[in-house]
Design a protein around this ligand. Structure first.
Ligand code: M6R
Length: 628
């Protein structure tokens, strides 16, 4: 979604804001803007000009500069920030929710005479009501955004005490928000507040920061605090104070970020996506190895005893997008390994479906960002119903990590590309570990089986490396199909879950229409779409289902499809049907999803590259979906 940065300190703010926004562009990128409390105070001329796509507004002690399009437009317009004086400011990169992408709708938004400037991430659900009420009171609205309602509300409630004005706003606003706020008569001060949208503060010798995410400020500090939900923060050059909604000051702890800026840079790769694909062996290793000792899985970090694990009678998994596909894979894996029934729901459905669940159900929420609005809402719904919630999360300190009863971190490191790859692979690794641990606790698998599985799990990183060594074969194939109109993926069982992921990866970055089907379903309608030359990718790693899938591939081929087979070494009969075959190393069938997904990721990447698309920032998408 949108990205927020703020800085108050000894250096010029605008270049720091632009620098931080660049690191957040993955969150949204249709327009951007900054507001800086200008050192010289009020008095310059108004220059509103929305025509050119660029916009500068002066006239109060807050200077606002906005531009439509990518951040580079704003950079050019402000000479990389150098032309905007002042050492205290806030910035925003937008992913439109309310109101089209335009200069006018870009943030920061402000109240009349710019007494207050606001940047916002989230959705204010009752903004229409607020708008109507304030309009009657004489406030005039210039934009189509929900954020402007927050700016006017703050203006209305502000009478010299920012914390009071913000806490009043919190009582009137419904929905989710992370707000960065400047008050024109409080030079050098930034205020921030959050509810259900992520926001952090960072502190350094040079000054203090707010940001939606760590990479935005990592160049300047590692000393950060994940602002707790419903708290207000006041930052000056040298101080940071936290307040609860009752305006009482509260203490918060800071933690040190232990990963490097380099982890959030491209490091010589053309795109973050490719870099992150290549980081998968390490990410999987980092996720698996700390949880293994002497051939056993150690799940102590869950804070659940073996008895408690053994008591779990059912598992309810919820997630969105690729994380949902991980849950689909987990269903097969956990049911086979631990014989515990697993239900899988899209978080956006679960949160509203008033689920019927057994008493000893363990709810597992899977999320890379830990901030996905629907997943967070599903977690809260499950907790409200009294269930133990386990979060499988990548971002340390994120909302899901903090609110879940138990957390199992995936150690993928920062993932920047909108299309998830390494986080997906680590989520798979995490569910394997849970399945094995649960299987042992329930006595479904014995020590020998556990050790065998653990040993094979530890070999997955090197097998992923072997697939990456053969990437040219996939690249060559992808180039042939980069102008396809439709691409289908088929699979059965675990391979169906991998097909769903392959299809999503392809469509989100290449804009090629794609569907994934459980291969047995083809005959029930979809096969009518198959025509000459259409690419069908058949994924087949499960021995007992191999022949069935081959039959489905024959069916589509005989109707004109061009068939790509993805299978394990040894399954050479695939070549009798497939026009082209990609092999992955052999592994235990239950882990095959971790290997077949790699060529599917590379296929998506090279198809999108062949079309000349912006792989890391696909249109209409944002890395973390913090609004409903
Ligand atoms: O941060 P999360 O794992 O909760 O995000 C869930 C989905 O939005 C995410 O997996 C999305 O589908 C990816 N862009 C897919 O590549």
């Amino acid at each position: 979604m949108c990205g927020i940065v703020g800085f108050t300190g000894r250096q010029q703010a605008a270049p720091i804001l632009l620098d931080g926004l660049e690191k957040l562009e993955y969150r949204g990128y249709d327009s951007a803007g900054i507001a800086v409390a200008a050192a010289g105070g009020a008095g310059t001329q108004d220059k509103p000009s929305a025509q050119s796509g660029l916009h500068t507004e002066k006239g109060s002690s807050i200077e606002i500069v906005k531009a439509k399009g990518r951040l580079k437009v704003l950079r050019e317009m402000t000479d990389d920030g150098r032309s905007v004086p002042g050492t205290c400011g806030i910035g925003h990169t937008r992913w439109a929710t309310h109101g089209e992408p335009s200069v006018l709708n870009a943030h920061p938004h402000y109240a009349k005479d710019r007494r207050v400037a606001v940047v916002h991430n989230g959705i204010i659900e009752n903004y229409q009501q607020i708008r109507e009420k304030l309009t009657k009171e004489g406030f005039s609205f210039l934009t189509a955004t929900d954020t402007e309602a927050a700016a006017h509300l703050l203006d209305k409630y502000y009478s010299g005490n920012p914390i009071e004005a913000i806490s009043k706003l919190m009582f009137h606003v419904r929905g989710s928000y992370a707000l960065g706020i400047l008050f024109a008569d409080r030079p050098g001060e930034i205020y921030a507040v959050r509810k259900d949208s992520p926001l952090i503060v960072g502190r350094s010798e040079q000054g203090n920061f707010i940001a939606s995410d760590v990479p935005a400020i990592l160049k300047y500090t590692r000393d950060v605090c994940f602002i707790p939900n419903l708290e207000i923060v006041k930052l000056t050059e040298t101080e940071i104070h936290f307040y609860n909604v009752d305006q009482e000051e509260v203490e918060e702890t800071f933690s040190q970020i232990n990963w490097d800026t380099e982890a959030a840079e491209k490091g010589g790769f053309a795109h973050f996506m490719l870099k992150e694909i290549y980081e998968q062996p390490k990410a999987v290793r980092d996720t698996v190895s700390p949880r293994i000792s002497e051939g056993h899985v150690n799940l102590d970090e869950l804070g659940m005893s073996r008895e408690e694990l053994a008591k779990v009678s059912r598992i309810q998994m919820v997630a969105c997008g690729s994380a949902y596909h991980v849950c689909m894979t987990a269903k097969y894996m956990i049911e086979q390994t631990a014989r515990v029934p697993v239900d899988v729901d899209l978080a956006s459905e679960f949160r509203y479906r008033n689920p019927v669940m057994e008493k000893d159900t363990l709810v597992i929420v899977v999320s890379q960002s830990g901030e996905t609005a629907d997943s967070l809402a599903a977690l809260r719904e499950a907790k409200k119903l009294g269930y133990h919630v386990l979060g499988i999360v990548n971002v340390v300190g994120s909302s899901i990590a903090r609110e879940a009863d138990s957390v199992f971190y995936t150690w993928a490191g920062p993932e920047i590309s909108v299309a998830t790859t390494k986080a997906y692979s680590t989520q798979l690794a995490a569910v394997y570990l849970l399945a094995i641990g649960l299987g042992r606790a329930k006595g479904v698998i014995d020590e020998i089986a556990e050790t065998e599985m653990v040993e094979e799990l530890s070999r997955l990183p090197e097998k992923i490396e072997r697939i990456l060594e053969e990437k040219e074969r996939i690249q060559w194939f992808a180039n042939k199909f980069s102008h396809s109109k439709d691409i289908f993926f088929i699979g059965r069982g675990l391979d169906y879950a991998s097909s769903l992921e392959g299809s999503l990866k392809l469509k989100e970055i290449s804009y090629i229409h794609s569907e994934a089907y459980a291969a047995g379903e083809l005959k029930h309608g979809t096969i009518s779409l198959i025509e000459d030359g259409i690419l069908v990718v058949g994924v087949a790693t499960q021995k007992s289902l191999f022949e069935k899938l081959i039959s489905n591939m024959v069916e589509v081929k005989s109707r004109g499809a061009y068939v790509l087979g993805v299978t394990s070494y040894g399954n050479y009969s695939m070549e009798d049907v497939a026009n082209y075959t990609i092999y992955v190393p052999k592994t235990m069938e239950c882990f095959a999803a971790s290997l077949v997904v790699v060529p599917l990721q590379l296929l998506a990447y090279y198809v999108a590259l062949g079309k000349g698309l912006d792989v890391d920032k696909p249109r209409n998408l944002a890395k973390s979906v913090t609004v409903e």
